[in-house]
Design a protein around this ligand. Sequence first.
Ligand code: FAD
Length: 503
Amino acid sequence: MQTIRTDVAIIGSGVGGSAVAHQLAGSGAKILILERGDDLPNEPQNSDAEAVFVQSRYKTTDEWVDAKRAPYRPGQYYYVGGHTKFYGTAMFRFRESDFTHTQIDGATSPAWPVSYADLAPYYAAAERLYGVRGAAGVDPTEPPRDAFPHAAIPHEPVIAALSDRLRAQGLHPFAMPSAIDYGPDGTCRRCGTCDAFACRFDAKGDADKRVLRPLLAHSDVRLDRNAKVTRLITDGEGKHIVAAEVLRSGEILRVEAQVFALCAGAINSALILLRSACEAAPDGIANRSDVVGRYLMNHHLTGLMGVKPFTTNTTKFPKTLSLNDFYHGLPDDPDARGNIQMLGNIQGAMIRATYPRTPRAAADWLGRHSVDVLAMGEDLPDRESRVRLLDGDRVQVDYRPGGRAAHDRFVRHVRHVLRRAGFPVVLRHSFGIQAPSHQCGTVRMGDDPATSALNAMCRAHDHPNLYVVDAGFFPSSAALNPALTIAAQALRVGAHLRNARAI
Ligand SMILES: Cc1cc2nc3c(=O)[nH]c(=O)nc-3n(C[C@H](O)[C@H](O)[C@H](O)COP(=O)(O)OP(=O)(O)OC[C@H]3O[C@@H](n4cnc5c(N)ncnc54)[C@H](O)[C@@H]3O)c2cc1C
């Protein structure tokens, strides 16, 4: 078996892994990033809804099973840059209250071991890194912050009209923060496919383009593609991680390092830890607390299509508007709460991929005549909501959403708001765990080693040289898109590693 030695091994090249590497590049330490995927090919199918949604061209071919052991092909994407290759570029900071203990509909949203103030400088750094566009001072729930690195993207006419109609209801729509190279000198071509598609023009601020590629110019940073980490190996006492076992082109390698940053995404990081069970850690690595794989969250995500039969929606980039007036609850129902934001344009092929019996002409008509909105609610952590390994290596996702009833009440209100904004028909669709786009919480951090796997710096309570730095560390999900918070905390962890000379 070939052995490779490095100073820091980073497993996964998504938001978390690339940000840790960004902080360590140039420190003198040798960094090896192990990524199971390859570069995403740049090809016409990137922006072809039929290829992306109906043929699932880019989704993993791996099979997982659900709570009832029914197999399915999850909406997981394994490429350099991770899920940001397909993300919708919404780059929100969490609100100050998202880091504190809250009760919602009788369930608990736990406090984080870090506060908004701890993360604020790293949020600013992450926004610069990803080139986020936005406008400060217009979102009523906004935490303290300075100006955005780039000015907000202007609304196109249909979205501007919606914004006016929301204002007429006394609401406060604002410019959605977005990581996209938009504007007169930008690379965005306004092709109309962005959210859930890969960008052929490299205009999307994804982890590959914005963070990794510049790093690869450093002689100390190396990225190994098609290198799937299968498990971590400890020393005899089960304290230090000594190596990662890697499957690369049919060959098994051993990668030894002083520090391991596991950044494979919330579900895969938990699976790697569970798969690493050994005599000294029989329930999996970093799992004395038995929380690894548990508390899986994904947000309540409900798409709403506001249909106007006699109006064609010609918008190319709709994701310029968001609304947080109900982030802390409806006036008469404080538990019914969440964020509202524009979705990317829904096309007929996307509707047919989910509802295959819809006639093509009807699906295309709906796509042309709708304005598409996402209602996002906090998914409250449930200990029994979990990912586990069955019969050796079969992956089971037994997901239990928390706070669904309050979300449904919120969605009812959002439908009402849209009807008042001029859409006589509002259709809804709930996105489920089969596409775990906002997965988080499976390797939670906390101050107490009995109830959490990681400390406030994402270091495993059980292993001094293991950090888990992806959406797995979230103790709660908030009701806003996760990527900027993952990036901010990963930059914080990377700075700690560099300053503490832990390597
Ligand atoms: C369609 C879609 C739209 C989204 N839109 C938004 C949005 O607008 N805003 C937002 O904030 N978030 C959005 N998200 C979510 C966001 O992309 C994720 O929260 C974020 O990318 C997660 O970062 P991560 O570092 O936790 O993991 P990932 O991005 O998943 O990165 C993990 C990396 O690890 C690699 N990996 C996995 N297993 C192994 C292994 N065994 N060995 C080696 N490598 C491995 C993967 O290939 C991947 O590159 C969206 C997601 C999707 C799918």
